[in-house]
Ligand binder design. Structure first.
Ligand SMILES: [Zn+2]
Length: 359
């Protein structure tokens, strides 16, 4: 029987005379990986392993502190300035205009990039390190997102496609240092979400099973990229990542955000927080994430909600972007830290989560 999920590796050799080796003929072996669902490629050149510092530089903590200090007095998320400086939703959609959970506040973006575009203030502190994204802080933000997802569904059924996302610090695309997440809702699936839904559907048509639950099982068996579980969420590194240090958190039982229980969000927050601590231990200061969801108004059996988290360029003056033609226009990614080694690193961090089941 044909394997349902294939982890395809294509080997290439690159040859040239290398002045670093007295102009001798140098042959470098490249590993091109293909994502088992999308076919998206990533490339690993073992000669680049351990050269992450060259690509990502070191985070300049003094610069991070200075940017924070200079931006804090005017930050619209700090203190209670959000009360007069942020917009509100119509009362019929969100009673009170904003979703407030503890120190988390969700409100509309002044300049939306989607039919629904909410900003979520994550905590009251203007600047925090990755290791400070605690399960409590993230959990609170996720609770606001869950509440908003339900309110949105009742008020605007046409916004069927909803994602929860985040940029942290300038190199990851954030316009302000204050931690914040963003929720997008649309009547059209976002480009990559559309691709994921379409290919997941095709997989189920072909095999009568769900790609995402099959992936969890297969990665658990292989184990070298399987990190562990927090309750109903399975964590793994991507075989062919779309960004640096990519980690996936797959919610085993939910096909859309409305099906995710309060416990699912809590489980997701615990894992998210562990991923942040592991990134911090690797010296990273920035991240992006998206939580993908099937359509809110139906149970799409071919799909499962999942979180994709990556690191971005570190913060230092005149940093080089990590998104060049290879990623932006050819849609290939470069692997500097192999998914297998990254998983080992993550396993150590996840071991400290209370109540986590071992893989
Ligand atoms: Zn602030």
């Amino acid at each position: 029987m044909k394997e349902k999920i294939r982890f395809e590796i294509h080997l290439q050799k690159s040859m040239f005379h290398n002045p670093m080796f007295d102009n001798g003929l140098d042959t470098q072996e490249l590993e091109i990986r293909k994502d088992p669902l999308t076919g998206r490629q990533s490339v690993f050149n073992p000669r680049l392993e351990g050269k992450a510092a060259v690509f990502f530089g070191s985070s300049d903590q003094e610069l991070i502190d200075r940017i924070a200090r200079e931006s804090e007095p005017k930050c619209f998320l700090c203190e209670d300035r959000w009360k007069r400086m942020t917009p509100t939703y119509p009362e019929s959609m969100v009673p009170g205009g904003r979703v407030i959970v503890g120190e988390t506040v969700l409100f509309p973006n002044l300049f939306p990039v989607s039919r629904v575009h909410a900003v979520i203030r994550v905590g009251a502190r203007h600047s925090i390190a990755l290791r400070d994204f605690s399960p409590e802080l993230v959990g609170e933000a996720f609770r606001a997102a869950r509440e908003f997802s339900d309110l949105l569904y009742k008020a605007d059924g046409a916004s069927r496609f909803v994602t929860l996302n985040g940029n942290y610090l300038g190199p990851a695309g954030a316009s302000i240092p204050h931690p914040h997440f963003q929720m997008l809702g649309s009547d059209l699936p976002f480009t990559h979400l559309e691709e994921l839904l379409r290919l997941s559907h095709a997989y189920r048509e072909a095999h009568s099973t769900c790609f995402w639950t099959d992936l969890i099982e297969k990665e658990r068996q292989i184990s070298q990229r399987f990190i562990g579980e927090t309750g109903g969420v399975s964590w793994l590194t991507s075989f062919s990542p779309q960004g640096t240090n990519e980690v996936l958190g797959i919610v085993g039982d939910a096909t859309n955000l409305r099906e995710m229980t309060a416990e699912d969000f809590e489980d997701l927050a615990r894992g998210f927080s562990a991923v942040m601590r592991a990134y911090a231990a690797l010296g990273h200061s920035t991240f992006n994430f998206s939580l993908y969801s099937g359509p809110q108004d139906q149970t799409e059996k071919s799909f499962r909600c999942f979180l994709r988290i990556i690191t971005r360029q570190n913060v230092y003056a005149n940093y080089r972007t990590d998104d060049y033609f290879l990623q932006k226009l050819l849609r290939n990614e470069i692997i500097l830290n192999t998914p297998e080694k990254l998983a080992q690193h993550m396993v150590r961090e996840f071991a400290s989560i209370p109540g986590k089941r071992r893989p």
